[in-house]
Design a protein around this ligand. Sequence first.
Ligand code: SF4
Length: 434
Amino acid sequence: MYTIGCQMNELDSELALAALDEDGIRPVESAAEADVLLVNTCSVREKAEEKAYSWLGRMKALKRVNPDLIIGVLGCMAQKEGELIFRRAPYVDIVAGTAHFTRVDDYVRQVRATGKRILAIGRDEQVQTEKRLKARATPQSSFVAVMRGCDHHCTYCVVPNTRGMEQSRELEEIVEECRILVGEGTQEITLLGQNIDSYGKRLRPRRRSLAELLYAVADVPGLKRLRFVTSHPSDLRPELFQAFKDLPNLMPYLHFPAQSGSNEVLKRMRRGYTHERYLELVAAARDAVPDIGLAGDTIVGFCGETEEDFERTIELHEKTRYQASFIFMYSERDFTPAKDQGLIDDVPFDVKKRRINHLIHLQRQWSTEENLKKIGKVYEVFGEGPSKRNPGRQEGRSPQNQVVIVESGRDLAGKCYSVRIDRATDAALYGTLE
Ligand code: SF4
């Protein structure tokens, strides 16, 4: 299983793997050993789709050697491209969209029995999350999807098209899933939703809120750390800040994308807030939780972005001082409101490139400056295990979700330990075990 994209995709891959596990189909070390090859795709950026097609191109050779090999494309790109994938890659057997992860086992069985390919992109299926409980990649940390889809129509975004409108799960069902996960050894849970602040607004007979859900999940005995992503500045409610204050296991971290600092661009993106409102919310968050870690997403070079617009984005970054920021270059996507409404992708590529490089450079400087201020402080770190690059080092996360690295030969995965910070870069904190 090759997963491209966000945390929701990682979770969806787990769901597909759990479904396959029931049929005795288990992950193997390399693609060459596999009988079933699946790619879980992302459509948010052109690059992600190119990555999926280039992976498919590489897998074609394996299918030539082993004609019984089953190749499947899952998730957002499958939902968006549908039949087109079969035309571009005729050796693909399964194209299954965003509501079909837990049916992948059926599809594999059908292809084996009939030799016919399967296109499953209907939206009437509800993703069954319970199946996932049988197979998880990292037992100490788990993702739990609390809702799927999004009711916003940000003009650059393909998500409402690929994932549909918001659908929240029942609060009690989520709490029960978390209880089971903790019983199986999970210590850290990240609740996932494309626009998690609007969790529960359509639930009946009683609508629910994200804050209500956080209080209920935080109460699960044995749960050490609780996080949630992703927040939308238009939907963030004040009671959320109270939850941060009240709940000791709710980690002080907010993924809070601004996307642009220009009011004109924000209007064209249809984000529903202004530069000023965004900074007010940042101030309110810091007022309530002074050590909160803020992460952002920014799109550079959106339709009609001028140098002045870009300057406003730089200003917003400088004032927000994100702990981490994911900065992307705009590329026009099919099935987005921007494309449908004729917004023109008119910022030349070299201008986008210059702007993104400039902003990344500045952001790195600011992140480094902020991280250097943490030298001498002690953080409670939740261990993720040995560093992939250097097994003599252990990686973990601070409450603010920053990577913290210590020199140690002991496997600290799943352990909580205190680290005094003695060095910092833009991307990580380095320290010694206390
Ligand atoms: S809030 Fe906007 S960017 Fe986020 S998923 Fe919804 S439409 Fe896409």
